[in-house]
Design a protein around this ligand. Structure first.
Ligand SMILES: Cc1cc2nc3c(=O)[nH]c(=O)nc-3n(C[C@H](O)[C@H](O)[C@H](O)COP(=O)(O)O)c2cc1C
Length: 346
């Protein structure tokens, strides 16, 4: 399948955009393990046009992670157009528009999933951004605002008519937030609508290689996007890829290899947030660093530590560690438990 001029292998796997999670360090690791497309965290169009430093930092892209999309959110047409022009200067492969974020501070201000209640505005934004940039524009959204208003089949056609090059659908409504199960049947209806010709990327609750294969087979989507299941586990893309390509479920990293990946992530996060490229990491082993705090989300979520002896105490110690020396000492001493020796965590 293709998104504009970008071609992908058969049954590609995409890393979902996730705030505070899909930083360049994490995206790079997911890419290395086989993610075919990655997205930045969502970037506020309002903050971008006001040159907020923390927001501008989200535009940092690495050559090695391509293809990569910068995701924008907002509610005002002109602001999004200006933000898309600024984002274009960072030279991503696509601009993705977020019409799916359910959180109150975004959706209730009319941005993100809030635009599901105002399709005309959503379409005006999309048309204007498509016209304003030379880059392919894609959209990520949900099934609709709530159970009674699941309008994605109609909306998908109208978004396509605005000139977008791919559509990602998370199989929940805004009202569901992240609760309940993702419903893929409407994603399938969009894909099977004969009027649709752009790639459809399915998203929601894909956590295993078998589940991923089913999504391709049952719903015919062009790509599957994985979010939460990748937290603290970028190697999930290698497991899924291997299963899709060979039908075998045996592409697991060893316990020590998984530990090494998490340590690499922490170091990369530190270089991203704290250090100049030429500073040796040994110089900061005993300092408090932003990268350590930032990495905690992945450490807390990683399945690697589930089932280890003294899980609770080790986890607390890891999440309290303030320096790299302390944190690596804890990680180095972790031994696999019974659960870790079963498939998936060997
Ligand atoms: C911590 C977190 C942050 C997220 N941030 C974003 C975001 O910035 N942009 C976006 O489009 N979706 C965001 N999402 C939604 C995910 O991209 C994805 O649609 C959702 O988690 C469902 O996929 P999953 O079941 O594979 O996790 C976020 C989800 C989580 C859990």
């Amino acid at each position: 399948m293709r998104i504009a001029d970008i071609s992908f292998r058969n049954r590609p796997l995409f890393l979902a955009p996730m705030e505070d999670v899909t930083d360049p360090a994490f995206r790079l690791l997911c890419k290395r393990f086989g993610a075919d497309m990655v997205y930045t965290e969502f970037v506020s169009a309002d903050a971008l046009i006001r040159s907020v430093k923390r927001t501008e930092q989200k535009l940092t892209l690495l050559e090695a992670e391509r293809p990569v999309a910068i995701q924008l959110y907002g509610r005002d047409v002109d602001t999004l157009v200006e933000a898309a022009r600024i984002a274009e200067e960072a030279n991503p492969d696509c601009i993705d528009l977020n019409f799916g974020c359910p959180v109150r501070k975004v959706a209730c201000k009319g941005a993100g999933a809030g635009l599901l209640q105002d399709p005309d505005r959503m379409l005006s934004i999309t048309r204007a951004v498509v016209a304003a940039t030379r880059l392919p524009v894609t959209v990520k959204t949900r099934l609709g605002w709530d159970e009674g208003r699941k309008n994605i089949v109609d909306l998908a056609e109208r978004l396509q008519d605005c000139g977008i090059q791919a559509l990602t659908i998370h199989g929940r409504t805004r009202a569901q937030m992240y609760k309940g199960e993702a419903d893929w049947s409407l994603i399938g209806s969009v894909k099977n609508n004969p009027r649709m010709h752009i790639p459809i990327i399915g998203n929601g609750d894909v956590t295993t290689a078998e589940g991923c294969l089913q999504c391709f087979e049952l719903y015919g989507v062009d790509a599957v996007m994985v979010g939460r299941a990748s937290l603290g586990r970028p190697w999930i893309f290698a497991e899924m890829r291997h299963f899709l390509d060979t039908g075998k479920n045996d592409a697991f990293l060893s316990f020590d290899e998984q530990k090494a990946v998490l340590k690499e992530y922490i170091i990369r996060a530190i270089y991203w947030l704290d250090l100049a490229e030429d500073t040796p990491i040994e110089e900061v082993m005993h300092q408090r660093l932003k990268g350590i705090i930032h990495s905690r989300r992945h450490l807390a979520a990683s399945p690697l530590f589930k089932g280890i002896p003294n899980f609770r105490d080790t986890r607390i110690a890891m999440l309290r560690a303030e320096t790299l020396a302390e944190l690596f000492d804890i990680i180095d001493r972790v031994e696999p438990g019974e659960l870790n020796s079963s498939a998936g965590n060997k």
